[in-house]
Write a protein that binds this ligand. Structure first.
Ligand code: AMP
Ligand code: MG
Length: 351
């Protein structure tokens, strides 16, 4: 089934057994040097032929993405690494065995086939094999590695459904493969394996604990994004942000709830429409114009999965300010807090 939204083709595809004739339409666009949005297990990506600098340029144009923020190259088979990377470190090989296909991007020294547009001029390239039948089928049908960032307008929360892609990019891209909601909900973990120990540049779907179980200690890059030379260019930009300013409150549950109640009251007295983003357990604790849950505190996978859609929902509710509850920074909590911090753009209250 195919429909048009402001000129963008929406190609309905079965997320488990993608129809080859549907995937072929999207693959043809990629081969013609155009862009197409597609589901992965993390978020929707906006893809282009990674070997074609001009095609890759269309991704940056559609998203309004700064040209120095490099893209991740998606492959369907490790044979495609040939030409993309200069060499594969032993620890990277071990991680590929454990976590590919999956939400893990490995940053390695780049090979001759990668145009400078993909890496923002860096001599390294980030590569991953996504764990989604549609993404894998698309890469195979296109016959080329696919460079893809998240399919949102730069700075906004990443899309976890085709509807989100259309909110941001309808009329700006030729097509989106609609394979329903993505599962993981936060982006891949970006791990730099050009150094030893390797360094997490962005926490994501594969946890630090999982990485360390496979290859021993890994370091965590400073996540402030305020250092002078961020190791991952993406760190320096405000990101994942709903329209209203977001304040993140982090600390023990009871103190956090009390602080959020106080803040909500203060803003309401100023005549502001207050939105609160909280766990299911806290829902009854707050009085505000809009209270949205991201899920149960004990279920970090559930929170990750719903986080971006919930952030987007605040735009529809037209709140003036959003106050968000933090989660413990273990397992997927590290990725969740990273996204919330970035959405807060520095407005973090630590109790
Ligand atoms: P997105 O495509 O929105 O998931 O963002 C990709 C992320 O991976 C950004 O934070 C990039 O800065 C990061 N990234 C991609 N390639 C590299 C690289 N070669 N070195 C460091 N970070 C990278
Ligand atoms: Mg992104």
């Amino acid at each position: 089934m195919e429909r048009l939204v402001q000129g963008t083709r929406v190609l309905q595809v079965d997320p488990v057994n993608p129809e080859p004739e549907v995937v072929a339409k999207a693959a043809a666009l990629l081969r013609d040097g155009d862009v197409v949005a597609f589901p992965t297990e993390t978020v929707y990506g906006l893809g282009a032929n990674a070997l074609d600098g001009e095609a890759v340029g269309r991704i940056f144009a559609a998203k309004g993405r700064p040209s120095d923020n490099p893209l991740i190259v998606h492959i369907a088979d490790t044979a495609q690494l040939e030409g993309l990377v200069a060499s594969v470190p032993a620890k990277a090989e071990r991680l590929m065995d454990c976590y590919w296909p999956g939400p893990l991007t490995l940053v390695m020294h780049k090979g001759p086939a990668v145009p400078p547009e993909v890496t923002g001029g860096l001599d390294t390239v980030g590569i991953r094999m996504p764990d989604h039948p549609v993404a894998l089928a698309l890469i195979r049908a296109a016959g080329v590695p696919v460079a893809a960032p998240s399919a949102n307008v730069s700075g906004k929360p990443s899309p976890t459904a085709a509807e989100h892609v259309l909110e941001d990019l309808a009329g700006r891209i030729p097509a989106v493969l609609d394979g329903g909601e993505t599962g993981v909900g936060v982006e891949s973990t970006v791990l730099d394996v050009t150094t030893d120990p390797p360094v997490i540049l962005r926490p994501g779907g594969v946890t630090r604990e999982e990485l360390e179980a496979a290859i021993g200690p890994v370091e965590l890059a400073s996540m402030s994004g305020e250092c002078e030379k961020p190791r991952s260019p993406g760190m320096k930009y405000r990101h994942y942000a709903p329209r209203a300013p977001l304040i993140l409150v982090d600390g023990p549950v009871l103190e956090m709830q009390e602080k959020i109640r106080d803040l909500a009251m203060e803003y309401a007295e100023e005549g502001k429409r207050v939105g609160i983003l909280c766990s299911a357990e806290s829902r009854g604790v707050y009085v505000a114009s809009v209270v949205l849950e991201y899920g149960a505190r004990g279920d970090l996978a559930g929170i990750a999965s719903d986080l971006f859609a919930t952030l987007r929902a605040f735009d529809r509710h037209q709140v003036d300010v959003i106050i968000a509850e933090g989660v413990p920074e273990e397992g997927l909590g590290l990725a969740i807090m990273n996204r919330l911090r970035r959405a807060a753009g520095g407005r973090v209250i630590k109790i």
